[in-house]
Write a protein that binds this ligand. Structure first.
Ligand code: SAH
Length: 263
């Protein structure tokens, strides 16, 4: 992965030199209402190159036309802090505050691809972060439910998605280890922070035939992106798709303490 990133960064950095200034003439309009910038096009090219380069692991030589359309439509610069806007179309994870990151565009595209979404699907995301992945999902599925543990990030993502007109996304502040029981079962679940093991609650909230895409492993140690399908017997069948590096899925400590104290 490091070599892939290193080769692509040159292309992406060259593209960032011609980033247009953001000004009053750039209001948050409808998603995709603006013509694609050169930076955005360069990001899609970088995703295309990464997709081809990793095809022997992922089993996907190309992304489906629907996923390409969503990646082309959602404007990543709308999901990063103002100071990060010039770098928004680099094919890199970037900081979004609170020690968290917006995922690398190629990883967003690949995880979305691996979910094999149908327009009628209802999807659960754990780790709303900036809301970018949720917006991509919202272009492809009927309903998106996304959970974020850092309140400030979750609230900002909620506002942003609302401003951009994504009426089919709901954001909840909470612990993703619990999923979203009231809205379950889901056709697909995507986890964008890495737990060490697959949370059983999420498996319970997935429909038979449903897909789960999740990174597994400790931070700074080798992690693997898994694509799992829930069988009719309720058991998951998982395939390791790619080595990845994600922020850890955090446990809500206050909840553990409450449980400990029997409250
Ligand atoms: N999907 C995001 C990327 C987020 S990075 C995007 O498109 O921008 C992972 C996110 O998972 C972080 O925002 C982090 O705060 C959140 N997270 C970590 N542990 C969590 C948990 N237990 N429940 C919900 N969200 C969690």
């Amino acid at each position: 992965m490091n070599t892939i990133r290193a080769t692509l960064v040159g292309v992406a950095l060259a593209a960032s030199a011609v980033m247009p200034a953001r000004g009053q003439n750039d209001p948050a309009g409808a998603p995709g209402a603006h013509p694609m910038t050169k930076q955005h096009q360069a990001m899609l090219e970088a995703i295309r190159a990464d997709t081809a380069e990793t095809a022997s692991w992922t089993g996907r030589r190309d992304l489906s036309p629907r996923v390409w359309a969503a990646m082309a439509k959602v404007e990543r610069h709308r999901f990063v802090p103002e100071a990060e806007a010039p770098y928004a179309y680099l094919n890199r994870p970037r900081p979004i505050g609170h020690g968290q990151t917006i995922s690398q565009p190629f990883i967003v595209a690949l995880m979305t691809e691996l979910l094999d979404l149908d327009p009628a699907d209802r999807v659960l995301e754990i780790g709303a972060g900036s809301g970018y992945q949720a917006a991509v999902l919202a272009e492809l599925a009927r309903e998106v439910y996304t959970v974020e543990i850092v309140e400030a990030l979750g609230r900002a993502a909620e506002r942003r998605l609302e401003d951009l007109g994504y009426g089919n996304v709901q954001v909840r502040i909470g612990d993703g280890f619990k999923g979203w029981p009231e809205a379950a079962p889901f056709d697909a679940i995507i986890v964008t922070a890495a737990p060490e093991r697959i949370p059983e609650t999420l498996v319970e909230q997935l429909k038979p035939g449903g897909r789960l895409v999740i990174p597994l492993g400790r931070q700074w140690e080798p992690q693997s992106l898994q694509r799992c399908v829930k069988g009719d017997n309720g058991k998951l069948a998982c395939e390791n798709k790619l080595p990845v590096a994600f922020v850890p899925m955090i446990r809500d400590k206050s909840e553990d303490e409450r449980r400990h104290l029997g409250r």
